[in-house]
Design a protein around this ligand. Structure first.
Ligand code: GBH
Length: 483
């Protein structure tokens, strides 16, 4: 007899892809080498107060110079796949002419991975827009989408012979609403409904790139898969009996999930998004003025894979801060600038759930529900969990080990939640832990560590954490051991 407190061994489907993920600006460093020019993150990270401790990605994990060592570590951890992003400002500095040295780096990485028996998974855009394009309006300028297609073509021409899995964008929610409405990510602009224009142009860039890559031969018949990665979540009313909380949850669902799922899979924007943003303008015009005929056709081109990044649920309230405090809620975070156009009053009160060092709630079963919901409500292609993981305050013991049992437990519980969804019929084909290495955690700099491999930023020494050694066993056996 096994009680629920002693989880059993669970197996994953044959061929399940076990991987780890990173992103260019978060690990590479070498920001002005071999022709790379600044991205919006090089500029944003230098704004006073933007990043904890004034950290930047100038050196990061120095992966640009340590790539073979890092691939050897992946092999040691039995990874079946490695998800990385290519840096636009390396491949096409300033968003302009092709830079062969930039291409050479990624080509060497792909060769090194294949040599090690690791499947490369390319993400074309993980937030590092060339600053020169931001200077021309960034994602508020439709031309940026055309420049993205050129860049995507260059990368596909160089790596398409050896790379099977292609993702256009990572988390357009972050590059649009956090970058142009909340100003919490680069380029740090707080321009209200403009975030929705950025979202539309990002989706357009995705759709046009899919079309272009298909033309270049990126099709399942040729063994290629093209998709996009979204950060999806469950939006839960803080108090389901409070109308304002239910409405807040609807809007949060709208901005995190449906803003992207509806155009991608139904070829439309949701009606409630239009109602909620009625009367809001950018340069005196509603955001929908930036949508042109044919855009939604391009955006809704069929995909071969949907990447889902999941970290935490969102428990939302629409009630005034004072009312919540009166109702006994000790703390409700309200960002200085809201990412939600028309939903500026929305807050995320604490709910007594366990949290990670990011202050994000841990609720693994929300991932099961999320996957089932996406399957039920949208005609989605096979799903890959392209990111999931946790930051905790790791302690290096005197023997040099990192006993991160909290991170191992977080990953274990979320893998069980995914397994539950698979048993319920959801087609999930792979899992990428975020992250391979401790790295530049955006606004939190080097303070918050997500790696299954520890990085000593003084010496650049890498040490697999207990979670990484445990994960190596999971990847090798295709199953979670009972505890
Ligand atoms: C991912 O973003 C990124 O792809 C990756 O680069 C990053 O390092 C990793 O996660 C860890 O942060 O912000 O308090 O309102 C995840 C982005 C995190 C965005 C959760 C929404 C909601 C909580 N998502 N966040 S809060």
């Amino acid at each position: 007899q096994t009680s629920p407190a002693t989880p059993q061994t669970v197996r994953f489907p044959d061929g399940f892809l076990w991987g780890a993920a990173t992103a260019s600006y978060q690990i590479e460093g070498a920001v002005d080498e071999d022709g790379r020019t600044p991205s919006i993150w090089d500029v944003y990270s230098r704004l006073p107060g933007a990043i904890l401790n004034g950290d930047t990605g100038d050196v990061a994990c120095d992966h640009y110079h340590r790539m073979p060592e890092d691939v050897a570590l992946m092999k040691r951890l039995n990874l079946g796949s490695y998800r990385f992003s290519t840096a636009w400002p390396r491949v096409r500095p300033d968003g302009a002419a092709v830079n062969q040295k930039g291409i050479d780096f990624y080509s060497a990485l792909v060769d090194e991975l294949l040599e090690a028996g690791i499947v490369p998974w390319v993400t074309l855009y993980h937030w590092d827009l060339p600053q020169a394009l931001e200077d021309k309006g960034g994602w508020l300028n439709r031309d940026t989408a055309h420049r993205f297609v050129e860049y995507a073509t260059t990368v596909y021409d160089a790596l398409g012979d050896r790379v099977q899995y292609w993702t256009t964008l990572n988390e357009p929610y972050c590059s649009s609403l956090l970058g142009y409405t909340a100003g919490r990510k680069a380029p740090g602009r707080q321009e209200g409904v403009a975030g929705l224009i950025a979202a539309h142009h990002l989706l357009l860039a995705h759709g046009m790139a899919v079309d272009e890559l298909r033309g270049l031969g990126a099709t399942p018949e040729n063994g290629k898969q093209v998709g996009i990665t979204l950060n999806l979540t469950t939006a839960e009313a803080f108090d389901p009996a409070e109308e304002a909380d239910v409405d807040a949850a609807r809007r949060v669902d709208g901005f995190f999930n449906r803003l992207f799922l509806e155009p991608l899979f139904n070829g439309r924007y949701a009606d409630d998004l239009a109602t909620d943003t009625e009367g809001m303008t950018y340069q005196d015009r509603p955001w929908q003025d930036w949508i042109r005929d044919g855009d939604l056709d391009l955006i809704s081109r069929p995909l071969d894979a949907l990447g889902v990044n999941y970290y935490s649920p969102q428990g939302a309230s629409g009630r005034p801060h004072e009312d919540l405090l009166g109702a006994g809620v000790p703390h409700a975070t309200r960002p200085a600038a809201s990412p939600f156009p028309g939903g500026e009053e929305i807050v995320f009160p604490r709910r007594g759930l366990p949290t990670t060092a990011m202050d994000w709630e841990v609720r693994p079963e929300a991932l099961t529900r999320l996957l089932e919901r996406v399957r039920d409500e949208y005609a989605v292609p096979p799903i890959y969990i392209t990111e999931n993981g946790a930051a905790y305050d790791d302690v290096v013991t005197p023997d040099g080990a990192i006993h991160d049992s909290d991170r191992r437990r977080y990953i274990d519980l979320h893998l069980r939640a995914i397994n539950d969804a698979i048993n319920d019929g959801v087609d999930v084909r792979g899992y990428f832990v975020w992250s391979l290495l401790d790295n530049f955690e955006w606004a939190f700099g080097y303070h918050n560590r997500f790696g299954i491999i520890h990085v000593d930023y003084d010496t650049q020494v890498r040490t697999p954490k207990d979670s990484g050694l445990w994960y190596a066993g999971v990847a090798a056996t295709n199953q979670l051991p009972g505890v």
